[in-house]
Every structure is written in structure tokens, then in C-alpha cells.
Design a protein around this ligand. Structure first.
Ligand code: PMV
Length: 310
């Protein structure tokens, strides 16, 4: 690595349909957005993140990335446009950007290797994960996770009995407004909460399958550019996620307040706080409503690149 700085960046993402169900092998669709996590690394006498030494109890994603690359002591410096725990994939973005920077310092990186290693890190640190966040932060643009391969296949991933075919998703022109509740919620405990429910309840397993079906319908609506139907599907997805217990009063408040001015709205990511998204052609109005309800709005630009050198 020598004394040189190696820099990369990776985008945030929003899940359009299928979060949580995708952990069980169901389909899901996501897009990368115009908020980025920048990462720089250089060799140092001890490993650190933004000047704080790494220990066994902090910054587990960063430590797991360094361990995966058998990296010598490394100073990692990050700078992000979006907060962690916001449901926008900050842990995936830092993991992807750091793995690419480490590979870059040794030669070069390719998307599939970064996506695969990032999924392994997230699965290990989170306890249980799907490849959706890490693949979206790596590839950028749109991602469809499906159980079968199609001609837009990027890569396949598997873990225990689960298998995911990761595809590039063609996303129609549409406006998404993100509303951050201001409350950060880590992903791991929410994934574990859903697992406890799914392990003990046939009803919860049926809800997971219904979310999968709904995602497939939404993907067809997306392909037709039918935003009205897609919006309705997103709102139905939010209701099922609420039944799984991953919504929150803040998320429900932002979703119901934005619905009269949107095609549809839902929580995005792990839930429990974090962010919601509204599909709308009135972004100014929706942003104003989110602000008036105490949320932080951002109108997302989509079709952005994945991880890249800086
Ligand atoms: O909140 P985020 O950005 O970490 O998204 C998590 C998405 C889940 O489906 C809940 C978990 C996963 O690994 O797919």
C-alpha cells in the first residue's frame, strides 16, 4: 500500500420492493441514488477509522474488510452524504468502498469480486443478510434479485440453502422522494426480529411469500412504466412490512402524510426508523410535507454509477 492514499466511493441505495423477504430468497428490487460514501485508505502504524483506533468492539464492518484482505495496519477515512442507520445502506456502502480501495491498493478490483466479498462481510457482521444492499452499492443503477436467471444476470450468490440471482434492473424515469425519520435503526436486530417471527409463525412465512409475489408484480409494472400501479404495489408492500413488525410510528406518519400526493409510499431498508420513500410527480409538495412532519427530505436522482475510483 506504501504511504500513498487510495480512494473510492460507493452510492447509497433505496429498496423499492422486497426488503426483509429477500433475506429468505424472495425477489427484491432496488436503485442506487445520488448520495455517496467516499473512502480513502493509507498504511499506518495502527488501524483506525476517521482517527479512532479499531478495537474488537467497534466498527465491525471495517475490521471485517481489513481481515478479509489480510491488510497491514490501515488508516481508513470516510466521508458520507448520508447518515448510518438511515435505511439507505451506509454499512453496505462503506464495506463496498473499502473493499474496492483495498483491492485497488494491491492492483485493481472488479465488480463481481467486490460484491461477493461485501456480501460475505455483511452476512458475517449482521448475522444474516441478502446480497441486495451490497450488490446495489457495487453495481449502481438498478438491481433485481430473482430466484431464476435471466439475460440481465450479473452474478449469483448463495448461502446455506438460499440462492440469489442478481440482475441489472432497467428502471423507468421516476421521481422518488426520500424521507429520513431522523431516527437511526441498525439492520441486524430488525432482521433478527423478523427471523424470530418467521421461525414461529406460518402466517409470517406467508407474508414473506406475499411480499415476494408483490415484488414480481411491481417489476412488471416498472417495465411497463405504469407508475400508478407501481405506487399502489409499494403502498401494499409497506402494509405487509408493518405486519412483520418493522415499521415505526414515525415511518407510518410520513407514509400516510405523503400518500395523498404520491402514487405510493413505503418504508425502505430495514425499517424500525430509518427512511421511507414516496413515488410521486409532485416532489416539492412531498418534500414540504415530510419537513412539516419532522422528517428530512431528499429528492433522489437515480441511474447513478456504483463503486468507482476517486
Ligand atoms: O436498512 P438497510 O439499508 O441495511 O437494508 C436492509 C435490507 C434487508 O432486506 C432488511 C436486509 C438484507 O440484508 O437484505
Amino acid at each position: 500500500m506504501s504511504g500513498r492514499l487510495w480512494g473510492t466511493s460507493a452510492p447509497a441505495k433505496v429498496i423499492l420492493l422486497g426488503e426483509h423477504a429477500v433475506v429468505y430468497g424472495q425477489p427484491a428490487a432496488s436503485v442506487a441514488i445520488d448520495l455517496r460514501m467516499r473512502c480513502r485508505i493509507r498504511s499506518a502504524s495502527i488501524s483506525s477509522l476517521n482517527g479512532m483506533p479499531l478495537t474488537a468492539h467497534n466498527y465491525s464492518y471495517v475490521s471485517a474488510c481489513l481481515a478479509k484482505h489480510n491488510a497491514c495496519p490501515t488508516a481508513v477515512i470516510t466521508d458520507s452524504d448520508f447518515p448510518s442507520g438511515s435505511g439507505l445502506g451506509s454499512s453496505a456502502a462503506v464495506t463496498v468502498a473499502l473493499l474496492a480501495a483495498l483491492a485497488r491498493s494491491k492492483g485493481n478490483w472488479d465488480e463481481e469480486t467486490v460484491a461477493r466479498e461485501a456480501f460475505e462481510v455483511e452476512n458475517e457482521v449482521q448475522g444474516r443478510a441478502s446480497p441486495i444492499d451490497t450488490s446495489t452499492c457495487t453495481h449502481g443503477h438498478g438491481i433485481l434479485i430473482a430466484s431464476e436467471r435471466s439475460d440481465r444476470l450479473l452474478w449469483e450468490m448463495s448461502c446455506d440453502t438460499r440462492r440469489w440471482c442478481v440482475h441489472d434492473l432497467k428502471v423507468p424515469k421516476m421521481t422518488l422522494v426520500i424521507g429520513f425519520t431522523g431516527r437511526s435503526a441498525p439492520t441486524g436486530p430488525l432482521v433478527a426480529k423478523v427471523k424470530r417471527y418467521v421461525d414461529h409463525s406460518t402466517f409470517a412465512r406467508e407474508v414473506i411469500e406475499d411480499i415476494g409475489q408483490m415484488t414480481l408484480e411491481g417489476v412488471k409494472q416498472m417495465a411497463k412504466g405504469d407508475l400508478e400501479s407501481l405506487g399502489r404495489t409499494m403502498t401494499r408492500d409497506h402494509k405487509l412490512l408493518a405486519i412483520l413488525g418493522v415499521s415505526s410510528p414515525e415511518l407510518d406518519k410520513l407514509v400516510s402524510a405523503t400518500l395523498p400526493h404520491s402514487y405510493g409510499a413505503k418504508l425502505t431498508g430495514a425499517g424500525g426508523g430509518g427512511s421511507m420513500i414516496a413515488l410521486t410527480d409532485r416532489p416539492e409538495k412531498v418534500m414540504e410535507i415530510i419537513r412539516s412532519k419532522g422528517g428530512k427530505p431528499h429528492t433522489a436522482v437515480t441511474d447513478v454509477p456504483g463503486v468507482k475510483n476517486e
